[in-house]
Write a protein that binds this ligand. Structure first.
Ligand code: MV4
Length: 513
């Protein structure tokens, strides 16, 4: 087993991996950039090395620097976390060449999953269902027209080189195809320096459901249930849960077995996630593989009772999986909220700054994976994820209640956060009923915006009428109270009695509007 592991990451995931190292008697080595010198993960490590300026390309993405620190510190392995170099085959290879174990899949498996079209070709061979369409890039507009006509509109154009919705265009009729193809290609070229675009049948309002797989280096591969990740905003996950309220036991088994087939087809080892699009009729289609540990791994840890980071490290050290598929039972329900330093009143833009006050939730069934502390200055340079709060309980309804309670315990002063968003989601009837899909959150935010506008317009109307009435009362030309209002007791119908009573009657009338 390793004696020392370098965590080539920062924030909450670095803290999370450091905790697993400590529990396993492994010494954790941290790295930090200029703005992270006082970061929580640095404080919790045994040793920490400066790797460069805040800009990620000069620090957390600096492969030679990270290899140098691994060598200098004597770390035998590197945990990449997620983001940064976690899915970078060159970093994976550089570790291998330096004799340092990369805690994750092989570079070959990583590369196979990196290209969407290569992954789809692999899936086709493995008999894995994916959305009807092309597995290779489109040669021309004529080719696009031919394929679109065959699969039928609406169709989705997608960039082969990347995910996250970049270069993606929905095309609802043939006359839109030419311009959409042009836009998709140019955006793909801008985003991925590769203008290869392919085409699929469009799935309306799909759910994003992913399956956790775990493989050792001896050919054993299991699935650990699924995660519902449909609550997203602009392709950024906001809330995830396991199990999915939409998946029944038979579907879970079929999705899991499909995910294992995907893993086997790629000779996958360590932790990975197979993403699916799921339509309203419970058909699921392969989307992509994430060759890394994911942000939302805690919800799987809760319902399976397994520690995924422990298992990642043990697999990288050459151990066999300690569980077989028949040993894996799902129990209870877990929901994760991603707490971001974002301003809900400013389009959820990042809201960095110093945390002047921090009250974080705890108590029964609440796990908090945090990368911050009171007094810490959230830098602008990285993803503004502050912490994840995970609620666990025997049932989904109890997990929601726990998390709702926890969101009312959470307070961060000095910065804006998206905590208010979770208070809304966790109390939303559609969410409580499990009626979510990838457009759910946009719909909720749109409804909330309209409600806020209506409330504001209502307030404006009342203010305008009150202003007019006040002016009239001031110069004595005010009309009798509106016919719908009953004059307050003691005031005759024509309002002749004291003005005070008249005003009171009018204000009542106003409030009733
Ligand atoms: C789709 C789709 C509908 N039909 N493909 C978005 C990013 C990339 N991961 C795949 N995505 C989608 N592909 C077809 N054929 C809808 C989406 C999609 C989506 C998928 C997963 C999670 C969030 C999403 C948000 C918008 C659109």
């Amino acid at each position: 087993m390793f004696k020392k592991i370098l965590i080539a990451n920062r924030g909450e995931i670095a803290v999370r991996v450091i905790r697993a190292c400590r529990e396993m008697g492994i010494s954790p080595v941290a790295v930090y950039s200029d703005v992270d010198r006082a970061a929580l993960h640095v404080r919790k490590a045994d040793e920490a090395y400066h790797i460069g300026p805040a800009t990620a390309s000069e620090s957390y993405l600096n492969i030679p620097k990270l290899i140098e620190v691994a060598r200098k510190s004597g770390a035998e392995a590197v945990h990449p976390g997620y983001g940064f170099l976690s899915e970078n085959p060159s970093f994976n290879r550089a570790c291998r060449q330096a004799g340092i174990k990369f805690i994750g899949p092989t570079p070959e498996a990583m590369e196979l999953m990196g290209s969407k079209t290569r992954a789809r070709q692999t899936m086709e061979k493995a008999g894995v269902p994916f959305v009807p369409g092309t597995t290779k890039g489109l040669d021309s507009l004529a080719h696009a027209r031919e394929v679109a006509a065959k699969i039928g509109y609406p169709v989705m154009l997608k960039a082969a080189g990347g995910g996250g919705g970049k270069g993606m265009r929905a095309v609802r009729s043939a006359d839109q195809l030419a311009s959409a193809l042009e836009q998709a290609k140019s955006e793909a070229m801008r985003s991925f320096k590769d203008d290869e675009v392919y085409i699929e049948k469009l799935i309306e309002n799909p759910r994003h459901i992913e399956v956790q797989i775990l493989g050792d280096e001896h050919g054993h591969l299991v699935y650990l249930g699924e995660r519902e990740c449909s609550v997203q905003r602009r392709h950024q996950k906001v809330l995830e849960e396991s199990p999915s309220a939409f998946v029944d036991p038979d579907m879970r088994r079929r999705m899991g077995e499909t995910a294992v087939r995907v893993g086997k087809a790629a000779a996958y080892s360590n932790a990975g996630t197979v993403e699916f699009l799921v339509d309203e009729r419970k058909n699921f289609y392969f989307l992509e593989v994430n060759a890394r540990l994911q942000v939302e791994h805690p919800v799987t840890e809760f319902v399976t009772g397994l520690d995924l980071v422990h298992l990642q490290i043990r697999i990288a050290a050459g151990e066999e999986l300690p569980v077989r598929q028949e040993d894996i039972m799902l129990r209870g329900h877990a929901i994760e909220c991603r707490i971001y330093a974002e301003d809900p009143d400013n389009n959820y833009f990042p809201s960095p700054g110093t945390i002047t006050r921090l009250l974080q939730p705890s108590g029964p069934g609440i796990r908090r994976d945090s990368g911050v502390y009171e007094g810490w200055t959230v830098p602008i340079d990285y993803d503004p994820l502050l912490a994840k709060v995970i609620g666990y309980a025997p049932t989904r309804r109890e997990a929601i209640a726990r998390l709702d309670r926890a969101m009312y315990e959470y307070f961060a002063g000095g910065i804006k956060t998206n905590i208010s968003l979770f208070r809304r989601i966790l109390r939303d009837p559609d969410f409580i009923a499990g009626k979510v899909h990838t457009g759910y959150l946009d719909g909720l935010l749109e409804r909330s915006k309209n409600e806020q506008h209506a409330a504001r317009d209502g307030d404006r109307r009342i203010a305008a009428v009150a202003a007019v009435l006040f002016t009239q009362m001031e110069n004595g030309t005010a009309a009798a109270p509106a016919e719908t209002a009953q004059p307050a007791a003691g005031v005759s119908a024509n309002g002749a009695a004291g003005t005070h009573w008249k005003r009171a009657a009018r204000m009542d009338a106003l409030r009733e509007h």
